[in-house]
Design a protein around this ligand. Structure first.
Ligand SMILES: NC(=O)c1ccc[n+]([C@@H]2O[C@H](COP(=O)([O-])OP(=O)(O)OC[C@H]3O[C@@H](n4cnc5c(N)ncnc54)[C@H](O)[C@@H]3O)[C@@H](O)[C@H]2O)c1
Ligand SMILES: [Fe+2]
Length: 401
């Protein structure tokens, strides 16, 4: 009965999502394109911007080309470089203060998903004067956001085109997934030259995050024009190029193709939603500080196996469309092969099979929050109640020999 209620509720939410008017993000996909950000800003009429980033890109020196371009185009800038992985409300408050102090007109997010999400919400609270927590609700009704140019330096979250920002409320140790059509960036600059220094572990985890977006969007209960096509495109790119980028970080072609693959993943899930993998992964990040991509990568095969009877037809379909299915097999076998391919890819990328950080006493909290997030906001294809979720979370722990 409860499951039926959630399924009906998901369909009502789908009607709301279908009404969203999302601005189209200009995509610039070119090696070396970060050097053109100055021109992009000038063309759009901006002369003073806030750059939001973190200490790693600064340390790697990969902002240099962009800063040179800004100078050449006569753009003044301030830099906020305090963003932490799984960005916090404090990050946003600090960045907002700089934005207002320097009377900025736009924001450039230069970094991974953490930086881009921080930039999105900074752009909201700087213009509205409200607190971040005010927007932690199902339909946040965000009235405005500062113009945003996103320059992703990881190939994973797709935040450069999505309408979400995931922010950690440090006081409650809770990840808030805020979704609103206003959160789409104005421009996404995909420059593989910024990604060649990504360490293997981050390449792997962020790449499987992108795969998770595509798979969860495809097997979920919401379908929108083009979301399936983007999921297929993302799966093709990721299976073809992720391992290459992992083996040789300097493989520019693989980095270039992964950058757009992650963006396709973003397009796939921004309206079609994600599912339990994300609902659980957010708990592993908020409770144990597990990086987002890694948490997803561990959970993904387990959820696919758990929900297999409900989703195998869609998995088989996705696999066929992505050109991964063997000839003469049943849908069940094709779907099993597809899950097997994900398990094998994870293995080759050094992703652990189990979530050994989970403490047994945390399971009720993980389960409650996971279904609290997923059943209320994602079109999960195989609804679990709290008890079922708790039993499932226990299976993520390493087996006791
Ligand atoms: N808004 C969305 O649609 C969406 C979707 C999925 C995930 N997320 C959120 O995004 C965040 C995760 O983002 P992420 O996976 O991109 O990781 P991240 O932004 O947290 O970065 C991970 C680490 O990689 C480093 N790094 C970034 N670029 C680098 C580079 N080019 N070279 C070397 N190191 C680099 C960062 O400094 C950081 O230490 C989480 O908070 C997650 O919840 C948001
Ligand atoms: Fe994700």
């Amino acid at each position: 009965m409860r499951k039926l209620v959630f399924t009906i509720y998901q369909q009502i939410l789908r009607l709301y999502v279908a009404t969203l008017r999302i601005k189209s993000t200009e995509i610039i996909h070119q090696i070396g394109a970060s050097g053109n950000v100055g021109e992009v800003l000038k063309t759009r009429g901006f002369s003073r911007v806030l750059i939001i980033t973190d200490s790693v890109p600064i340390g790697l020196g990969i902002l240099a080309d962009m800063l040179k371009g800004l100078k050449k185009s006569g753009i003044d800038y301030a830099i906020y470089d305090g963003v932490v992985p799984n960005p916090t409300i404090l990050n946003i408050e600090e960045a907002k203060a700089l934005y207002l102090k320097n009377r900025c007109q736009a924001i450039v997010a230069f970094g991974g998903g953490s930086v881009i999400d921080c930039a999105k919400m900074t752009g909201v609270v700087a213009l509205t004067g409200k607190r971040v927590k005010r927007y932690d609700m199902m339909i946040p009704m965000i009235p405005k956001m500062a113009p945003l140019v996103a320059v992703p330096t990881t190939a994973g979250t797709g935040s450069e085109v999505t309408i979400s920002a995931v922010i950690t409320d440090e006081a409650r140790r809770k990840k808030m997934a805020i979704t609103d059509a206003r959160l789409a960036p104005d421009v996404a600059v995909l420059d593989a030259a910024l990604m060649t220094g990504l360490p293997k572990a981050i390449t792997a985890a962020t790449g499987i995050d992108a795969l998770t977006h595509a798979v969860e969007a495809y097997v979920g209960n919401w379908k929108f024009k083009s979301t399936d096509a983007y999921a297929v495109k993302a799966v093709i790119q990721i299976f073809k190029y992720l391992e290459r980028a992992y083996i040789d970080g300097g493989d520019m072609e693989a980095r270039h193709e992964m950058a757009i693959g992650a963006t396709y993943g973003g397009y796939a899930f921004r309206t079609a939603g994600v599912g339990y993998v994300h609902g659980i992964a957010h708990r592993l990040s908020e409770l144990y500080g597990v990086p987002h991509g890694l948490a997803n990568a561990i959970v993904l095969p387990h959820i696919l196996k758990k929900s297999f009877p409900a989703i195998y037809k869609k998995l088989a379909d996705l696999s066929k469309k992505a050109g991964l299915a063997g000839a003469g097999k049943t849908d069940w076998q094709i779907a099993e092969d597809f899950v097997g391919m994900i398990v094998a890819l994870n293995d080759r990328l050094g992703i652990p099979k189990y979530a050994d950080m989970i403490l047994r006493e945390d399971i009720p909290r993980i389960a409650a929050r996971a279904i609290g997030e997923a059943n209320k906001t994602y079109p999960v294809p195989d609804v679990m109640n709290k008890k079922e979720m708790a039993a499932f979370v226990a299976t993520l722990m390493p087996p006791i020999n």
